[in-house]
Design a protein around this ligand. Structure first.
Ligand code: DGJ
Length: 714
C-alpha cells in the first residue's frame, strides 16, 4: 500500500488523496487539473494543506477525509452513522490499501474491533467528473445497523455562494442562491423519490458566479429515493459538499457478511456553470446506453385529449401528426381496464376491452402504417384502492401499522420489494410489450411516498423499493432490446442519474408554459443534456398557468430538447398548421447539433432577457434562442453576446426562421437583421460575437427569436 499522496488527473480535473494517520485519506485537492505534478511537489501540496493546531481544539486538527469520523477528530457532518445494538458508535478505520485503478483509485480500510470494512471507489471520467461511492461490510458476528453513509467533496476555499433549485408540481427547478456561511445548508428528500423540489445539482462557487464566469463546483447523487445533499462550512474553515441516502430506522441492517453500498455521487466543476454542466453532458453522451439515433419528434396525447380516448379521434390525431413530420405517437393515461379518470384502476394493466374491443392493434397498426413509432403510458409502481389488484392483494401496498398511508392523487404505492408484486408487474408489462408493437414506454410516478413500509414486516422499504425498480427497468430492457423508456413523475419529481442510467429521457415538467419552461429547462439542464429532456409545444393557452402564448414562442422554447407536441392539433387553422410544420422541420434539420452540441447560456444585462444556444461539436454552426420573458428595461434592449463559438472562425448571422420577417415590432429595421433578410448577412468572428455581440432586436414580452450562426471559409 502506498503511504504517499496520490494524484489522479483526467478530463481537465485533478484530485489529490493524502493518507491520514487516523482514518481514511483526505481529499487534499479537487478542481482544475494541476498539470504534471512530481512526488516532491505532491508532498508539498499535501504539507501545505495541513492546518495548524489551535487553542481550544483537538490536538490533531480535523481534516475532511473520504469518511470523516470522530475518531479522526472530525466534528462536522459524519461520514458514517451506525451501531451494533447501541455499541460500536465510533469506528476508527485503518487503511489497508490505497491503489490506482483504471480511471481512478480504490481505497480499502477496516476496523476489526468494530467488525467493519469499507471500500471507497473514486473515479475521474473522460469529461472530468469526479465520482465517489462507498461500500460498507459487516465483518462482525452480529447485526450492524447503518443509519447514514455519506460522500464528501471539498470545495475551493473561495466558495462563498450556494446555488440549488427548489420547486413544486408544475414549477420544478426554480433556482435559489444563498451565502455559504458557517453551518450546514441541506436539502433533504423523504418523499421516496427526489421530489419536485429536489435540486439536481447543489453547487457552490465564487461570489456572483454565473454561467460563464466564476469557479463553481457542484454535486449530484445518482439515486431515485430518499436522499440528502448539503453544503457545510465548519468553524475551522473546512468547506465541502456532501451527499448520501436518507435511511429510516432499521431500514438497512447488515447481517454478518452483508454490505451496503451508497449510490454514486458525482462532482463537477467549471469556470461558470456552462463548463460545469458540459462535463455532465459529455459524460452521459459517452455511455454505451446513451440514445444514438435521432430523437423522434413526439406527439403525446395527454394535453390533447386527456382521458377522452376515442379511436376515430386518435386516428385523426395520428394522421395530422404524421403529416407534420411527427415520428412517435404516445398514447398516455386511460387505455387500461376500468380507467376513465384518475380515481381508479392503477394496477389493472390489461387493455380495456370495452374501449378497445380489438385491443390496441387498430391504433398501433394505424400509427405504424403512418411510419411512426408507438409509445404507451404506464404507472407500474402505483395502485388505486379501487382496482382489482388492490382488492386481491392489499398486502402488496406499502403501508405501516396495518393502515394505508394518506392517498396522493387517490393512489397508493406498490411494494416492488415484495417478490410477488414485482413478479406480477414484470409479467404484465412484459406481456403488453410482447403482444404489441411498442417502441416506447412513458413510465409515470404520480405521488410522493409516505409511511412506506413493507406490510409483511413493518420495516421501512424505500431503499428496497428503489433497488427493485432499477432491477425491473433493467429486466424489461433486457427482454425488449431497443425499447425506450421515459421517466416521468408528475413531470420532474424524479430527475436523477440513477433513473437515467436505465431510461432514455425525462419528462421535465407537467407545465409546458414556455415562460416556466425556460427556467425549468435551463436548470434541469445543469445535469441532463437536452436530448434527454422532453420539451413539447402545448396549446395556445397553457393548461397549467392559463397564460396565452404565440406558437412561435412556444415552439422556440421547445425546439432545443427532445421535441414534441402535446396539443389537440386536429383542428388547427391552415396558418397554424404551416407554422407548426415549419418548426418541426427546423428542429429536424438542427437536431443532430441540438442533441450533440455544447449547451451555452449567455449572461444578459437584463433579467427579462434569456439567451441560450447550442454550438455544434465542430463549432461550425450554432443556434441561439433569444427571448424576452417580460418587457425589457432598456429600449432598444442593447447588445447581447454569444458564448461558446470558435473565436477564430467567421460566422454569417441570420434569423433561423426568416419567414417570420423582421420582428421590429413597429420599430426601425435592425441593421444586421435587415442585411440577413436582404441576402447579405453580416460576418463576425466568434471572438467579436462573444465580446462585442449583436444588438438584440426589440421583442414584445413573451416573444423569441431564433438566430443561427454558420461558419464560412475553412
Ligand atoms: C402525470 C404526467 O406527468 C402527465 O404527463 C400525464 O402522463 C399524467 N400523469 C397522466 O395521468
Amino acid at each position: 500500500m502506498t503511504s504517499e499522496p496520490l494524484h489522479l488527473s483526467r478530463g481537465g480535473t485533478s484530485v489529490v488523496l493524502d493518507p491520514h494517520p487516523h482514518g481514511m485519506p483526505t481529499i487534499a485537492y479537487w478542481g482544475p487539473a494541476l498539470g504534471d505534478v512530481g512526488l516532491d511537489e505532491l508532498r508539498g501540496i499535501t504539507a501545505a494543506h495541513q492546518p495548524q493546531r489551535v487553542s481550544g481544539g483537538i490536538d490533531v486538527p480535523a481534516l475532511l477525509t473520504l469518511l470523516p469520523l470522530e475518531s479522526a477528530g472530525w466534528q462536522g457532518t459524519p461520514g458514517l452513522v451506525g451501531d451494533r445494538a447501541g455499541a460500536q458508535l465510533y469506528p476508527r478505520f485503518t487503511v489497508t490499501s490505497m491503489e490506482r485503478e483504471a480511471g481512478g483509485a480504490l481505497v480499502e480500510a477496516c476496523d476489526d474491533d468494530a467488525g467493519l470494512a469499507v471500500r471507497a471507489r473514486l473515479g475521474l471520467t473522460a469529461s472530468g467528473l469526479f465520482t465517489q461511492a462507498l461500500e460498507l461490510t459487516n465483518t462482525g458476528d452480529d447485526d450492524y445497523e447503518v443509519r447514514a453513509l455519506n460522500l464528501f467533496f471539498p470545495l475551493h476555499h473561495t466558495a462563498a455562494e450556494i446555488l440549488d433549485t427548489t420547486g413544486r408540481h408544475l414549477r420544478e427547478r426554480s433556482p435559489q442562491r444563498h451565502d455559504l456561511t458557517t453551518g450546514t445548508y441541506s436539502r433533504t428528500s423523504r418523499r421516496g423519490r427526489p421530489g419536485a423540489d429536489a435540486t439536481v445539482l447543489l453547487a457552490a462557487g465564487n461570489r456572483g458566479f454565473g454561467f460563464e464566469h466564476g469557479l463553481v463546483q457542484g454535486i449530484h447523487l445518482a439515486w431515485s429515493g430518499n436522499q440528502q445533499v448539503l453544503a457545510e462550512k465548519t468553524p475551522a474553515g473546512a468547506v465541502f459538499l456532501s451527499a448520501g441516502e436518507v435511511l429510516s430506522p432499521r431500514e438497512v441492517v447488515l447481517a454478518p457478511g452483508e454490505s451496503y453500498s451508497t449510490p454514486p455521487a458525482v462532482g463537477s466543476w467549471g469556470h461558470g456553470l456552462n463548463e460545469l454542466s458540459g462535463r455532465f453532458h459529455r459524460d452521459l453522451r459517452a455511455r454505451d446506453s446513451h440514445p444514438q439515433r435521432p430523437r423522434p419528434v413526439t406527439l403525446n396525447t395527454w394535453e390533447a385529449v386527456y382521458f377522452a380516448l376515442d379511436l376515430p379521434r386518435l386516428l385523426a390525431l395520428a394522421d395530422r401528426a404524421a403529416s407534420l413530420g411527427v415520428e412517435r405517437f404516445v398514447l398516455d393515461d386511460g387505455w387500461f381496464r376500468g380507467r376513465r379518470d384518475d380515481t381508479s384502476s392503477l394496477g389493472d394493466w390489461y387493455v380495456d376491452e370495452t374501449v378497445w374491443p380489438d385491443g390496441l392493434a387498430p391504433i398501433i397498426d394505424h400509427v405504424r402504417d403512418l411510419g411512426m413509432e408507438f409509445g404507451l403510458w404506464f404507472e407500474p409502481e402505483m395502485v388505486n384502492a379501487d382496482s382489482d389488484l388492490a382488492r386481491a392483494h392489499p398486502d402488496w401496498i406499502l403501508q405501516a401499522e396495518g393502515r394505508l398511508p394518506l392517498p396522493g392523487r387517490q393512489q397508493q404505492v406498490l411494494n416492488l420489494g415484495n417478490p410477488d408484486a414485482y413478479a406480477y408487474i414484470l409479467e404484465r408489462l412484459d406481456d403488453i410489450l410482447t403482444t404489441n408493437d411498442i417502441a416506447y414506454v412513458k413510465w409515470d410516478h404520480n405521488r410522493d411516498l409516505l409511511e412506506a413500509a413493507d406490510a409483511r414486516t413493518g420495516r421501512a422499504a424505500v431503499h428496497r423499493h428503489v433497488e427493485a425498480l432499477y432491477r425491473l427497468l433493467d429486466e424489461l430492457r433486457r427482454r425488449h432490446p431497443g425499447l425506450e423508456i421515459e421517466s416521468c413523475a408528475s413531470g420532474g419529481a424524479r430527475v436523477d442519474l440513477g433513473i437515467l442510467a436505465r431510461t432514455d429521457r425525462i419528462w421535465t415538467s407537467d407545465c409546458i408554459d414556455p415562460i416556466e419552461r425556460l427556467v425549468n429547462q435551463k436548470y434541469t439542464g445543469l445535469v441532463v443534456p437536452p436530448e434527454l429532456l422532453g420539451m413539447h409545444i402545448g396549446g395556445p393557452v397553457s393548461h397549467s398557468t392559463g397564460r396565452a402564448h404565440t406558437l412561435p414562442f412556444r415552439a422556440a422554447t421547445a425546439i432545443f430538447g427532445h421535441f414534441g407536441i402535446e396539443w389537440d392539433i386536429s383542428d388547427l387553422t391552415e396558418a397554424e398548421y404551416g407554422v407548426l410544420g415549419r418548426y418541426v422541420a427546423l428542429h429536424r434539420s438542427w437536431r443532430d447539433d441540438l442533441h450533440r452540441g455544447r449547451v451555452v447560456h449567455a449572461e444578459c444585462p437584463d433579467p427579462a432577457m434569456d439567451l441560450r444556444g447550442i454550438v455544434s461539436e465542430d463549432r461550425r454552426r450554432a443556434l441561439f434562442g433569444y427571448s424576452l420573458t417580460a418587457s425589457s428595461a432598456s429600449y432598444p434592449p442593447g447588445p447581447v453576446t454569444f458564448p461558446g463559438l470558435d473565436p477564430d472562425a467567421l460566422y454569417e448571422v441570420r434569423p433561423a426562421v426568416p419567414e417570420e420577417g423582421h420582428p421590429g415590432n413597429g420599430q426601425s429595421p435592425l441593421a444586421w437583421l435587415q442585411r440577413a433578410l436582404d441576402g447579405d448577412p453580416v460576418r463576425l468572428s466568434g471572438r467579436a460575437l462573444a465580446q462585442a455581440g449583436l444588438q438584440a432586436p426589440v421583442l414584445l414580452p413573451e416573444q423569441s427569436m431564433l438566430i443561427e450562426f454558420r461558419a464560412v471559409g475553412a
